[in-house]
Structures are given as C-alpha cells and as structure tokens.
Design a protein around this ligand. Structure first.
Ligand SMILES: Nc1nc2c(ncn2[C@@H]2O[C@H](COP(=O)(O)OP(=O)(O)O)[C@@H](O)[C@H]2O)c(=O)[nH]1
Ligand SMILES: [Mg+2]
Length: 252
C-alpha cells in the first residue's frame, strides 16, 4: 500500500479504519479484555475509527481464546487475531500484525496495561497537528514518567537512554519505549531495515527513523509496571541491549 501523505492519511477504502492498533501478546490472558475495554473508550474519545490486531504466539495460558471471546463481543471488524505457532519475538510480531492490519496509521502498544490507552488521543492529536511520520511515547519529558519501578530499574532505563542518545546522537528522549504511532509506510520501511532484538529493537527503529529523515514527535506517557504476568526483563536483555547499541554504533 502506498505511503500516506504527511498529516493527511489516505482516505479509508471500503470502511477500512484509520488506525490499526497492533498488540503483541504472550501470556496476557488476564489483560486483553480490560485493555480492549479501555482502548474502545479512549478511541471513542479521540473520534477515530480503529481496529485492534492481537498477535499471539501460541501463549500457553490461552490468550488466543480470550481474544476470540473479544471478537465475539466486539465483532470481527473491530478485533482481529493473528496466531503464530510459537514464541517468535516482538519484531516479527509487529510485522505479522502489519500484514493483517488495514489502517493507514499503526499504533503499537503492549498488552500488559503498561501502555495506558488513555494516552491514545494524545498520540492521534499530535500526529494530526504536526503531520509527523512517527509519534513516540516518552517517559522522559515533562508529564511523562514511570510507576511501580524500583530505583535500580529506573536508573537502568534512564541510563540506557542517556548512553544511547549520546552514542547515537538520537534526538528522541525515550529510545527504548514501545508505545508509538507510525504511518503505515514508515513502519513497513523501518521494520524491513531493523535487525536488533529485545530493547535494542525499539532503539534501532527510532534511530533509523531519525537517520532516514522521518519527522518524529513525542508525547509524554506514564508507564505503569505490569500488574499481571511476567516481564521478559532479565540479565540477558541487558547484555542484548549493549550488544545492539554497539552494533548500531558500527552499522548505522
Ligand atoms: N507475540 C509476541 N508477543 C510478545 C513476545 N514477547 C513479549 N510479547 C508481548 O510484548 C509486550 C511487551 O512484553 P513485556 O514482557 O511486557 O516486556 P517489558 O514490559 O519490556 O518487560 C507484551 O504485550 C507481551 O505480551 C513474543 O515473543 N511474541
Ligand atoms: Mg511490559
């Protein structure tokens, strides 16, 4: 599909929604219904047409069945489910979601309620006002923040961002956040080019967007630590992040 013009999304063909919200899930059974309810309230407030595309990697907790219930409740135009045979990772989950999404604008958000749907109207308003290709949620500007993290985790995240900004010359204040809005064409281009995994993935995407001259805007978000289920954060993630940073330094 052609890339929408800046600030002027391609008119929706045949009732296609303006916005596709792609939500990757792995063991999020307790979260998807609450998320969907909150998204539907927020999007009504934004006055925007939308669909939610869940991408589930055969979650052992039966997340896919919970999403099927949502399809029954909200309708198959509003909720879509893409299932994959095993845990294949976030980067490719976004790609699979994009392949099944019909909106001109794509919003990526986590399922665990860390990305509060109340921020959705701000992403949309910012894009409409500025014509940006990418609107990135930031914890590190006035009005943004994190809730539920201990000091060590706060310092790690902040430190990783400062280090990466310094090394890569990034102008975006939150490089590792995943709550973002993209034009369809911009996301397709960025996903095709991005090689990193884990936290370095979000950083590579936004740095590539900057380096390729895309217009990036930011909106403050408050990130809330997940209430239910397990985060993927572990020592391995830190190691991957530093490796990813070094690779970008050499390769971008
Ligand atoms: N489809 C899919 N979703 C995943 C995978 N790994 C994580 N997720 C989802 O991606 C989002 C972010 O993961 P999470 O564990 O909360 O990461 P954290 O908040 O950075 O610790 C959540 O919605 C997860 O359910 C994966 O391999 N495949
Ligand atoms: Mg999370």
């Amino acid at each position: 599909m052609a890339r929408p013009r800046r600030g002027n999304p391609t008119p929706c063909a045949d009732g296609a929604p303006e916005y596709s919200i792609i939500v990757p899930t792995y063991n999020e059974r307790e979260n998807v219904a609450v998320l969907m309810w909150m998204v539907s309230k927020a999007m009504q407030g934004a006055g925007a047409t939308y669909e939610v595309v869940f991408v589930d990697d055969a979650s052992p907790d039966g997340t896919a069945d919970a999403v099927r219930e949502l399809i029954r409740a909200f309708g198959s135009q509003r909720v879509k489910l893409v299932t994959r045979p095993g845990k294949l990772g976030l980067g490719s989950a976004y790609g699979s979601g994009l392949a099944h999404a019909s909106g001109s604008w794509i919003i990526l958000m986590d399922a665990d309620l860390s990305h509060h749907p109340k921020h959705l109207p701000a992403f949309i308003a910012k894009q409409r006002a500025t014509g940006a290709d990418v609107v990135s949620g930031t914890r590190y500007q006035l009005g943004g923040g994190v809730a539920g993290w201990n000091l060590v985790r706060k310092l790690t995240s902040r430190g990783a961002n400062i280090l990466a900004s310094f090394i890569l010359g990034a102008r975006t204040s939150d490089l590792t956040g995943a709550y973002r809005l993209y034009s369809r064409g911009a996301l397709a281009k960025l996903l095709a080019a991005t090689k990193s995994r884990g936290y370095a993935f979000q950083m590579e995407v936004i740095v590539r967007a900057q380096y390729s001259g895309m217009r990036i805007e930011e909106v403050p978000i408050v990130f809330v630590d997940r209430l239910y289920g397990q985060s993927k954060l572990g020592v391995g993630e830190y190691v991957q992040f530093v490796k990813g940073l070094l690779r970008l330094l050499v390769g971008l």
